[in-house]
Structures are given as structure tokens and as C-alpha cells.
Write a protein of this length. Sequence first.
Length: 90
Amino acid sequence: MLPGASPDVAGVVAERVLRAVRGVTVWTPAGPLRPTTSIGISAANVESIDLGALMRVADIALYRAKRGGRDRAEGAGDAPVALPKTLLNA
């Protein structure tokens, strides 16, 4: 969660996380493991949102990153997610 961050800033943070994880080597009896990560990014520009809906959008982007080859970040789109009124808190 990056409250107040733009999608561009979230993308920069995601790239930093990806680079950090790429630099990790886990030594095991079977040999070295080099983990990778996949990141889904979603954003909302409304004050009161349904956190569950925002997480579902990020989850969709996450699985798109995994299908796209893993070890990458995918955003929900170029613009912040516009959540339908039915997903907003009352």
C-alpha cells in the first residue's frame, strides 16, 4: 500500500522491489535458489473505496504479470482505477 502515491510512483517502487528480490540468493543443500517476484499494481482516486475491490484489481494485474513471464510488475492500466459506485463505501 502506497497511500497518496501516483501510479507512476507505484511503478518505480515496484521496480525497486523487483531489483532487490533479483539480488537475493538463497543457499540450500540442493544449491542456490534465486527467487523472483510478480507484482500487481492498482490505484484509486476516490476518498472512500472498497479495499476489497481495489485488492481484486491488483490481484488481476498480479496474475497478468505471472502470465506475462513472471519477475515483473503489471499495472491495472495507465490511469487510476475508476471504481463503480456500487463498490464505494456508504
